[in-house]
Design a protein around this ligand. Sequence first.
Ligand code: ADP
Length: 418
Amino acid sequence: MTTPRIHLSARVLELTRNLSTIKELESYLHDVLSVAAELTGSESASLLEYDDVAKEFFFNSMLWFQGDAVRSARIPVHGSVAGWVFLHNKPVAIDDVSKDDRHYKKIDELAGFTTKSILGVPVVFREKTVAVLEVFNKPEKYTEDDILLIETLAALVGAALQNDSLEKKILSTQDEARELEELKNEFIAIASHELRTPLGLILGHATFLKELLNEAEFQEQVETIIRNATKLKEIIESLTSVDNYESGSALLKSRKVSVTRIIEDVAISFHEMAKNKDIALKTEIQPGHELLVDIDGGKIAIVLSNLLKNALTFTNKNGKIVIRGEQHVDYVKVTVQDNGIGIPPNDLNRIFDRFYQVESHLTRKHGGMGLGLSVAKVMIEMHGGRIWAESKEGEGSIFSFLLPVRNTQPLPQTPFKT
Ligand code: ADP
């Protein structure tokens, strides 16, 4: 029986197309076996997978599956057609198995099937033969075309096995990443909790000492202790505020607050730092706009401080920074614009990740742990708001956040230009 070439190509093409959308490996392999049997005019087909530990074959997939006896059957490497194909790594066609002792006869008894002829080809996966694809009992002899066809289908099986193993690897890597993230969060929560008490004692005692000491020389040393311990305390506070939000335990102390007031206060607190770098720091708010919203003022002040501190850190001498506050119908918008060094496009959507710092900026040796923006993001999202950044390397950056006037109102998509 010969299969029209066009039909043959169409079936193989369909299997090739389906390769990229396999949902269940088992059903795909079953389809391959059906096509293999149909297109060669064989009675049946099966896929024997090699078990590298037991050094024998088992039925991965079969058309003539007739019960558990075959499913759990094992085929030896020596004294089977599959074993011959595996050891020689090439196809074989046997027209009369009764005259060939390579056929493993016991399997026919188990399956209640009489094998008359076999065509077997190796399935290669990562340059190793891992299985054997077989078709059985074609009324006529197996031809060179049949061998070519089954080899093509075996190549598809090899690719399907590869896809499946890659997918499993991706899933297990994702699981590992999730587990690591959980471990990291747990570690941060425990570490910051354990550090807080001794650090509080250091700060308390150092402050006490400072009041007792008269000599300027010692004063300076105690002040260094206090300054650095305070820095550590800030880091721990940053870590816990991110952790708190993620575990959902942060409580907002919201009330009607003037964002205008926060902008002015934060700008004043950075006045000195701006002056030291000869940076012009300006605020722009439409006159008479209080920008009143229901927020936790302390947290929004931290957000703005983190943005402004970054703007001052990453802007060179004689630069310019503007903080703008705008009232919109459904939200208040705040932006911090600088004409500093900017952020490379590849880093732009990662700077809000915890501990992320732009590689090229690290050489600037500024203090910081890559926490400021992640804290800002958490705090803004706690309020149902949005925060994002736009930037051009060498030209500067604009950090913006929106705070909803009413929490029920959906915010516009970001980033967007106003
Ligand atoms: P850090 O405390 O290290 O500044 P952040 O989370 O606040 O951490 O910021 C993450 C990184 O984003 C910074 O290390 C810096 O590389 C980059 N960055 C943040 N703000 C700016 C800015 N205004 N201009 C240029 N780069 C910035």
